[in-house]
Ligand binder design. Structure first.
Ligand code: ZN
Length: 684
């Protein structure tokens, strides 16, 4: 590992900015810190609210991610209040959190890290703590003390595993003083602590010790395979991904905790899932308590057999998930003191032999975190295997980590879920107009969105917009021609692989050819039928297949038109095809009610904003049909509504949101007008 410190970048920074700079360097290195793991601090002199000078510890706030942290991420803790605690023998977690709450320099700052006392009790100005992979490869073995001594001599002291808190903080402070040579403390099954008089010194020592442990592991590993190789041939990436896509929705349904999946089949993952060692290694446990909170104690390893036999693979998967949940329940019951109800008993990491790794989370961010952490766990295991044998926390320590009251409490502080959190929605015709507004609305409400359109660049632009606002993990995009079955199949395949399934389909793509029937070309008629009728059939067919595999219900939303109940002249091809769409939606409601899949229709009218449907030709045609100038078309449509309203794409998106979420759980087969009120178009 290389030091990334740049003296020119660090020059002239204030102490707090220097801490931010150092922390980002640590957080930006995935082999040191992942998804909020690790923490840093700096002891400074600051003025309190009375103007008096105080010795203050600036420490990372609880849960903050060092990769992106700013000044506000470091609450100040007044050291005069904290240091007398060194005289105490013990302190409960609750007492400690409560006590630290009284020590804040600014009462409104974020909660300081649970490892605050560990930083406070060390006398050095700057402290860096990480969960470095290479250190864990050494500590997570059967003979950590011996190996640490071999790697570092007396430069690194070791502290036995203990859950973070008051006692661990005291033990680290004591170990740091065990000899003049000690430059860092390794916490077994947890990580590394280093220090210095300056942020640079603490950082450079950290990088140096981690680099030495990397070299130590590399030397031991040279010429040896960390995991045994499988006899059988590895399926090609194309076959693996087909298999993963075929199993994703079933797995998502089996996990039942409401959330999305993430799939990976990179080299590290394949090395493990193709090894005969996978089963036994995976059972050993998580690398650290921090990792365990995201991945659970163990992954589920499943041998689905011949991947081309989907039915057999699904039934093996179901049996394996059930067995995992049963054994989790047993583990819980054996170790619980009854204080906390059981959390969900399902795996977060599922290793499919020969196929790859699915991870699960309440949302894509959490599923991605589980994948990142497990990928690093594979590296850690490989290192430990090279040195000795991978070892982990005891079953009781693992229980105490997962059911740590402080962590359980932290979860209750999370912001309330949005209406579509953890849901996956695919929107057709999403590059512009109503489809775009729906995709943006759903994303804002927490959904994971598959943006599709026949205009590839438009779909990409909308996906980029969502990624910028909500994170790139929340969206994917595909060019999809709804009239081409292969193109439709590929887009749904993308949804299966990106998020593991689908909860909401918004079938919106449409075109509006204009012309009286006696002068309409057959090609225009057929084109309208294939987009406005067959297109809905093709996407609904794929969506229903995924939803039934999941067994979690679902919502199909068909964007039709007021022309279904109230057709207009010269829109024969459009109105007839749209009537077929509406009838299709109703039959889907009838056929899929028993599966909890709802199917509803929205009838918008005159949504001009950003619409491709209202092409200049359509506007001209409509102006002619109503005997008005083209410039008055929009106003004409507004004036003819009962509410004298201009209907916007956002109005339609609101209706779609209602039909997508649980507020409309008892509504299916319905037709909802969003047209400003048109007497002729009342559904009946
Ligand atoms: Zn830690």
């Amino acid at each position: 590992m290389r030091s990334a410190w740049s003296e020119s970048e660090a020059a002239g920074l204030s102490p707090l900015d220097l801490l931010v700079y150092q922390s980002r360097l640590v957080g930006g290195e995935p082999a040191l810190a992942l998804w909020g793991g690790g923490n840093t601090s700096l002891k400074t002199i600051e003025r309190d609210f009375t103007g008096a000078e105080r010795s203050v510890l600036r420490i990372k706030g609880s849960g903050a991610d060092m990769k992106t942290i700013g000044r506000g991420g470091f609450p100040g803790v007044v050291l005069d209040y904290v240091l007398p605690l060194l005289d105490r023998d013990d302190m409960s977690d609750d007492e400690m959190v409560d006590y630290l709450g009284h020590c804040l320099l600014e009462p409104s700052s974020p909660r300081p890290s649970i490892e605050t006392l560990l930083h406070a009790f060390l006398p050095h100005a700057s402290v860096v703590h990480s969960h470095a992979d290479a250190i864990l490869s050494i500590t997570n073995t059967r003979r950590p003390y011996e190996l640490l001594a071999e790697a570092f001599g007396e430069e690194v002291a070791a502290v036995a595993y203990r859950r973070p808190g008051f006692l661990l903080s005291k033990e680290v402070a004591q170990s740091a003083q065990t000899g003049a040579a000690v430059r860092g403390v390794a916490l077994l099954n947890h990580g590394l602590v280093t220090w210095g008089d300056t942020p640079r010194e603490a950082y450079e020592t950290h990088i140096e010790l981690v680099t030495r442990s990397e070299e130590f592991v590399r030397t031991a590993a040279s010429g040896r395979r960390p995991f045994r190789r499988s006899e059988s041939a590895r399926p090609t990436p194309a076959i693996r991904r087909r298999a993963a896509a075929a199993l994703g929705p079933a797995l998502r349904g089996l996990l039942r905790h409401g959330g999305v999946l993430h799939f990976e089949d990179g080299d590290e993952v394949m090395r493990l899932v193709c090894s005969p060692d996978a089963e036994s290694l995976a059972q050993v446990g998580a690398a650290t308590p921090d990792h365990l909170l995201t991945t659970k104690r163990t992954p589920l390893v499943v041998d689905t057999g011949d991947v081309s036999d989907t039915e057999q693979a699904r039934s093996r998967l179901a049996a394996a998930v059930e067995e995992y949940a049963r054994s989790y329940r047993q583990w819980y019951e054996h170790h619980t003191d009854g204080a906390h109800p059981m959390l969900d008993p399902y795996p977060r990491v599922v290793l499919l032999r020969g196929v790859g790794m699915w991870t699960a989370g309440a949302n894509a961010r959490a599923a991605l975190a589980a994948a990142d952490i497990y990928r690093h766990t594979i590296d850690i295991m490989a290192g430990s295997q090279a040195l000795d044998r991978y070892a982990s926390l005891s079953l009781q320590d693992a229980y105490d980590a997962e059911y740590w009251p402080l962590e359980l409490y932290k979860r209750t502080l999370a912001p309330p879920e949005r209406e579509l959190s953890g849901r996956v929605a695919l929107v057709t015709g999403a590059a512009s107009g109503i489809g775009r507004a729906i995709a943006l609305k759903f994303a804002e409400e927490g959904a994971h969105v598959v943006v599709t359109d026949v205009h590839a660049a438009g779909a990409r632009a909308v996906a980029r917009e969502i990624a910028e606002r909500h994170g790139s993990e929340r969206v994917t995009h595909r060019r999809m021609d709804v009239t081409d079955e292969e193109s439709v199949r590929e887009a749904f395949y993308a949804a299966r692989l990106a998020f593991g399934g689908l909860d909401v389909l918004v079938s919106n793509a449409g075109i509006a050819p204009v012309g009286a029937i006696d002068s309409l070309e057959l090609a225009d008629w057929q084109r309208s039928l294939s987009v406005n009728a067959t297109g809905h059939f093709l996407v609904a067919k794929q969506a229903v297949a995924i939803m039934r595999e999941q067994g979690l219900g679902g919502s199909l939303i068909f964007v039709a038109t007021k022309n279904v109940p109230a057709p207009g002249q010269e829109l024969g091809a459009y109105s007839a095809a749209k009537a077929a769409e509406a009838q299709l939606a109703r039959v889907l409601a009838i056929e899929n009610g028993p599966h909890g899949i709802r199917s509803n229709i929205i009838n918008p009218d005159a949504v001009f904003q950003g619409s491709r449907l209202w092409s200049p030709a359509v506007r001209r045609g409509r102006a002619q049909a109503h005997g008005i100038p083209v410039s008055e078309v929009e106003d004409f449509y507004r004036r003819r509504t009962l509410l004298r309203a201009t209907v916007t794409a956002e109005d339609v998106a609101e209706a779609a949101l209602f039909l997508a979420g649980d507020r409309s759980l008892k509504t299916t087969g319905a037709m909802l007008p969003v047209d400003g009120g048109l007497r002729d178009a009342f559904p009946r």
